[in-house]
Design a protein around this ligand. Structure first.
Ligand SMILES: [Zn+2]
Ligand SMILES: [Zn+2]
Length: 187
């Protein structure tokens, strides 16, 4: 933490040296990130990420949104907008915080965003199937995302009941629900 002299903040252990939370998920064809915090630019440079197809947002807090402007570099190289997947609450924050990307007269070099509103319905980005799972950060809904057998959940303090109910429900609809091979594009 800025200005803090405690044992953790002054530690030489790299595990005490963290950036804001974000993950990158990649298949042969598709690359996406979950959240673009203030460290997004540095994280992309550090990992030498050359291409990005989509950004998924978990919730509208600034430490998960603030770096979105830097997707401009990916727009520049791909010459197309980046698909953004967010629930309506987060979409509202994206429109507010990055208002200049949504005005009629745009100046050159602004981020080009293509907003997709999501709910808890599963969807597919390129060849990556995504299952949103809603959890709670006190009173704020937060989206967790399941990719195959991996689930990413951040900033949540209440998840289990919703999570289990949803899985039980989905498995009732389709007993093979956990089996990734049943998803389109996962052959
Ligand atoms: Zn400290
Ligand atoms: Zn948060």
């Amino acid at each position: 933490m800025i200005g803090c002299d405690c044992a953790v903040c002054t530690s030489a252990d790299p595990r005490d040296n963290r950036l804001r939370s974000s993950i990158l998920v990649e298949s042969a064809k598709t690359t996406l990130v979950v959240d673009t915090g203030p460290d997004f630019r540095y994280q992309m440079l550090r990992q030498k990420v050359k291409k990005l197809d989509a950004v998924l947002f978990t919730h509208p807090h600034k430490d998960h949104l603030a770096g979105l402007d830097d997707i401009r570099a990916f727009n520049f190289f791909s010459k197309k907008p980046i698909d953004i997947y967010a629930d309506s609450l987060t979409e509202e924050a994206v429109r507010r915080d990055f208002y200049y990307a949504f005005t009629d007269t745009k100046y050159p070099g602004i981020p080009e965003l293509n907003l997709n509103t999501i709910s808890t319905e599963p969807f597919v980005i390129g060849d990556i199937p995504v299952i949103p799972i809603q959890v709670w950060h006190l009173k704020m809904p937060v989206m967790g995302f399941r990719f195959g057998s991996f689930t990413y959940i951040t900033d949540a303090n209440r998840s289990l009941p919703t999570f289990l109910t949803r899985w039980d429900y989905m498995r009732k609809l389709n007993p093979n629900y956990r089996n990734i091979s049943t998803w389109p594009g996962m052959d």
